[in-house]
Design a protein around this ligand. Structure first.
Ligand SMILES: [Fe+2]
Ligand SMILES: [Fe+2]
Length: 157
């Protein structure tokens, strides 16, 4: 019995420690804060759109907002598994008044996400954490699509 407890505590120790560096955990929380931010940002932009062009993009904004929420959840699950606690605080949200103002900001936020997620993939691979890298490769692909959508849209506003 005593032996079992010892083995269990060793496994728990291994499970609770050294799975990821503090830097990687902080980067994952940074990613969560940004996902929460854009999820709310796009949702409120979806609600506050204006003009004919706004009408044409509102459904897409709603779809992207939901995707960002799913990203936040996926990253939070990974962070929690690695021993971190997911943040509940989004980074600063910017809704904007005109559609142009909204989309200009969204392009920047997607650019920042792409930059951050490339950094996370690189860091995860350096720590031999292929799973985190794999998760972020999937998310990165979505962010590149969002970036493409927003930049194309901006050309027409
Ligand atoms: Fe995202
Ligand atoms: Fe995105």
């Amino acid at each position: 019995m005593g032996k079992h407890i010892n083995i269990l505590s060793v496994i728990m120790k291994v499970g609770g420690e050294n799975l990821a560096s503090k830097e990687l955990l902080d980067l994952l929380n940074d990613a969560i804060a940004r996902e929460l931010q854009v999820s709310i940002q796009y949702m409120w932009q979806h609600v506050q759109w204006s003009g004919v062009k706004g009408f044409a993009v509102q459904e897409e904004l709603k779809k992207i907002a939901i995707t960002e929420m799913k990203h936040a959840e996926a990253i939070a699950e990974r962070l929690f598994y690695l021993g971190g606690i997911p943040t509940t605080k989004p980074t600063e949200i910017f809704v904007g008044k005109t559609l142009k103002e909204m989309i200009e900001r969204d392009v920047k936020d997607e650019e920042n996400a792409i930059k951050l997620y490339k950094e996370i993939i690189e860091k995860a691979l350096k720590e031999k954490d292929q799973t985190t890298a794999f998760i972020f490769e999937g998310i990165l692909k979505d962010e590149e699509e969002h970036h493409d959508f927003f930049t194309t849209l901006l050309e027409e506003i």
